[in-house]
Design a protein around this ligand. Sequence first.
Ligand code: SF4
Length: 333
Amino acid sequence: MRFPVHMLTDNVQHQVKNAIRGNKRYPFVLMLEPLYTCNLACIGCAIERHTGKLKDRLPLEKCLEAVDISQAPTVSICGGEPTIYPELPQLVDEIIKRRRQIILCTNGLLLDENLYGKIAPHKRLTINVHLDGMKETHDYVCAREGVFDKAIAMIREGVKLGHHIMANTTIFKETSMDEVEELCRVLTDLGVEGMLVSPGYQYESVDSDIFLSRSEMQQKFRRVLDISKKYKLTSTPMFLEFAAGLREYNCSPWSTVTYTPNGWKGPCYLIGKTWSPTFEEFWNGTDWAYWESRQDPLCRNCAMHSGFEASVVRELPKHPGDMVRMIAWNLAA
Ligand code: SF4
């Protein structure tokens, strides 16, 4: 199976519960950014995501409050670099006690110092290591030599220790798709449980010409569709077809809510138009219909999984053929 049974049942239960309550919009994933401190300054990263001071991190209790109020079955701990967060072991422990799935997104550099040996492997904890290409490309994107080798060593060690390890790759304008395929092969040989490939998006605060136009993205994702037939990608086939320009969806920005040291970020993981101190203010103050419609110029080149994977799920009941494909995709090894 592509995802463990408990993850599937938790998500199905969450959707059934919300359907019974008549909720049209509800969070699927909480993007929890406990700190904006990082040990890297990658070229595609928003400036606010790696320049924060450790003392300005979210207190543990505020993180847990966000987990409780969002009710999302999956918590993606990102940042900043979450392995720098001093309260990480307690945070992971408390989220697992709440029976949520954790995806810990990391550059991998501090896994040996701050995670392995301090946090035990658990079926509800997946470590997601970021790799944007093979050695030369990844070290260039991370603006530091040696990052690729260390990340690979940490993946190898994590697998050996029994951790659930995934990898995620962002596709930029210059990304060679042959290299992405080679990376998938290397990661599969290392024993990762899945790979997420997503298109780079130009954050408002990133001044760089590395991001894809819509046509470039569609061309590269047609190749990703081919790669997905050989390797275990975690993006759904319908999402990949959307990114490849073969189908259309409205956005579901409410499906992935983001809590940060600056508050709840709205309207979506990518765009920070508002930073609200409370979930209610964020949820009730965002014009969801407007952002779903993708009419804003900032949405023009966006095909981020955080906005569109939930749209795939939302549309499934209208398309029985897609439902069958989705079940077969989940069952595939
Ligand atoms: S289309 Fe992209 S940028 Fe626009 S609201 Fe959705 S996720 Fe955000």
